[in-house]
Ligand binder design. Structure first.
Ligand code: UFG
Length: 351
């Protein structure tokens, strides 16, 4: 049973806290009064994020932030973290996340994502910390039979190793609760996080050619890529292009703070969808981003991308009713903030 504590008394370990969703969550946690320890090996993140976070939250709040550069799978390093800090709760983001890459590197994906989680929960248990929020994904729903997706919608077969790691880690964490009811597990299933912090100081910084739609569109807008490639316009959707539930990353980050508050003093395993409940097509995104950047962005229609589902969007009633959380920002604001970040940081965190 986790003890009820105020945010000021609560020390949160954020694995992968220098990444896209992690960094935005750290900002919300610091602004919410929490003590935060980031463990990140910077394999897909920049150390510059730390200075930017401090700039956003101010010097006083930044004093509550510590950063340890380490791989979560490094047991000795993780034990040192638990020796040094009195960790109360963990938010676990660290993991490889490129769908396409996972198909060509299954061993690396299973080894890293499952391996680091197993080390993490084993060390947590050794130090008596049993509260964990896991960064899961709507990918566990596979190709949906019915929309919107609720937490009771069936989990389906994953279509790639990345998806399987999310699927399996959910299973591992729920098995922990069965074995030891003192565990307190929250599985957050994200829909499609986009946008950036309103300050334009932190945002998504993909390495190489972006796999996801929004960072690609943003790079077209900034002139780094010629045109948007729309993967398929023959889906059974209003304009024929794929439909997703895009959620502003700051709303998503706030969902983690809501989860920490909700799980305070509880035990068990609970699942929450984090989305907006609204589906948006690829062409609608191109249009919204064009409006945000003030220029018609060129696009070409390509073949469907293997493994893509036609449409998905969330029913987020549960998160609203239990945690009092709801996404506030719409597509226009997501595109505006993404453009603000991209236009001020055309090369991401690189000089
Ligand atoms: N798309 C394009 N062109 C691009 C990239 C994407 O048309 O250059 C389309 C896709 O076909 C899809 C939509 O834009 O219809 C969204 O694609 P993303 O790659 O941005 O996002 P996905 O929905 O495929 O994937 C996201 C996360 C995954 C997660 C998955 C589960 O990135 O981590 O949702 O729902 F597994």
């Amino acid at each position: 049973m986790s003890l009820e504590k105020t945010p000021a008394e609560t020390c949160v370990l954020v694995t992968g806290g220098a990444g896209f969703i992690g960094s935005h969550t750290v900002v919300e946690l610091l602004e919410g009064g929490y003590q935060v320890v980031i463990v990140d090996d910077l394999s897909n993140a920049s150390e510059k994020v730390l200075g930017r976070i401090a700039q956003i939250v101010g010097a006083e709040a930044a004093e509550r932030l510590s950063f340890i550069r380490a791989d979560v799978a490094d047991r000795d390093a993780l034990e040192t973290v638990f020796e040094t800090f009195a960790i109360d709760r963990v938010i676990h983001f660290a993991g490889f996340k490129a769908v396409g890459e996972s198909v060509s590197k299954p061993i690396e994906y299973y080894s890293n994502n499952l391996g680091n989680t197993l080390v993490l929960v084993d060390v947590m248990r050794a130090y008596g910390c049993k509260d964990i929020v896991f960064s899961s994904s709507a990918t566990v729903y596979g190709d949906p039979d019915a929309l919107p997706l609720t937490e009771l919608s069936p989990k389906k077969m994953a279509t790639n190793p990345y998806g399987w790691t999310k699927w399996m880690i959910e299973q591992i964490l729920s098995d922990l609760v069965v074995a030891d009811p003192a565990w307190n597990v929250v599985l957050l299933r994200y829909f499609n996080p986009i946008g950036a912090h309103g300050s334009g100081l932190i945002g998504e910084d993909p390495k190489g050619i972006p796999n996801n739609l929004l960072p690609y569109v943003a790079q077209v807008a900034v002139g780094k890529r010629d045109c948007v490639h729309v993967f398929g316009n023959d889906y059974d959707t209003p304009d024929g292009t794929g439909v997703r539930d895009y959620i502003h990353v700051v709303d998503l980050a706030a969902g983690h703070v809501a989860a920490l508050a909700w799980m305070n003093g509880r035990t068990g395993c609970e699942i929450f969808n984090l989305g907006t409940g609204t589906g948006t097509s690829v062409l609608e995104i191109v249009k919204a981003f064009s409006a945000a950047c003030g220029r018609e962005l060129p696009y070409v229609i390509e073949a469907r991308r293997p493994g893509d589902v036609t449409a998905n969007w969330a029913d987020c009633t549960k998160a609203h009713e239990l945690m009092g959380w709801t996404a506030k920002r719409g597509i226009a604001e997501m595109c505006r903030d993404s453009w603000n970040w991209q236009s001020h940081n055309p090369d991401g965190y690189e000089d």
